[in-house]
Design a protein around this ligand. Structure first.
Ligand SMILES: O=C[C@H](O)COP(=O)(O)O
Length: 246
């Protein structure tokens, strides 16, 4: 099965009207039409970015809460994201897990609710350096994936982003072999614990210091179906990363 290459740009808490206008202008042409592109925009600028980007580029919230509305000061619901034109949401990013103490259980609840509300979800997993060095990589990513799997009935609208925490924003990219190894194990786990057809069809992105310089080799690996890009998604080189398979 051919899985459509899918590249996400996660702007994190960066950008203002001027820089977002520039980024969106840069993304308005020259992108591989065989790649699916989605950008994770800071909440206050979601609607602004939506008006500037071509319709072919999806817009994602970077987080959401697990219920539709209510007394949850500061939170954003999937219904609100949909209402302002976002069609995706990134859930369980390691910064949410680490800095904001989000647990596997909370992330699972968010995923269930976001999917039920009709959003597409980029669900993030990944081990820390300590866990990798302790030989715990598979244990950790399988545990995180198990929590997700329990929350997902239909995998059509789900993309998994494997982002080793030690590679995020550090300039230390996983080697193509290291990333492929984990992606392959994840697909095997999904095949054994969800189904063969989901394992075949689900896109698994790699994230962690992806740049124009390293994206092609990573993209050549059979189980790497795209990227979730942080720092480089704010720069013109994001286009080269989207075009990594061209
Ligand atoms: O969501 C994106 C990841 O956290 C990767 O960030 P980075 O490309 O800056 O390492």
């Amino acid at each position: 099965m051919v899985r459509k290459f899918c590249v996400g740009g996660n702007w994190k808490m960066n950008g203002d009207k001027a820089t977002i206008t520039e980024i969106c202008k840069n993304l308005s042409s020259g992108l591989d039409s065989n790649a699916e592109v989605v950008v994770g925009v800071p909440a206050p600028y979601l609607q602004f970015a939506r008006t500037l980007l071509p319709a072919s580029i999806g817009v994602a919230g970077q987080n959401c809460y697990k219920v539709a509305k209510g007394a949850f000061t500061g939170e954003i619901s999937p219904a609100m994201l949909k209402d302002i034109g976002a069609d995706w949401v990134i859930i369980g990013h390691s910064e949410r897990r680490t800095i904001f103490k989000e647990t596997d259980d909370l992330i699972a609840e968010k995923v269930t609710h976001a999917l039920a509300e009709g959003l597409k979800v980029i669900a993030c997993i990944g081990e820390t350096l300590e866990e990798r060095e302790a030989g715990q990589t598979e244990t950790v990513v399988f545990r995180q994936t198990k929590a997700l799997a329990g929350a997902i009935k239909d995998w059509t609208n789900v993309v998994i982003a494997y982002e080793p925490v030690w590679a995020i924003g550090t300039g230390k990219t996983a080697t193509p072999e290291q990333a492929q190894e984990v992606h392959q194990s994840l697909r095997k786990w999904i095949s054994e614990n969800v189904s063969g057809s989901v394992a075949e069809s689900v896109r698994i992105q790699y994230g962690g210091s992806v740049t124009a310089a390293n994206c092609r080799e990573l993209a050549s690996k059979p189980d790497i179906d795209g990227f979730l890009v942080g720092g480089a998604s704010l720069k013109p080189e994001f286009k080269d990363i989207v075009n990594a398979r061209q």
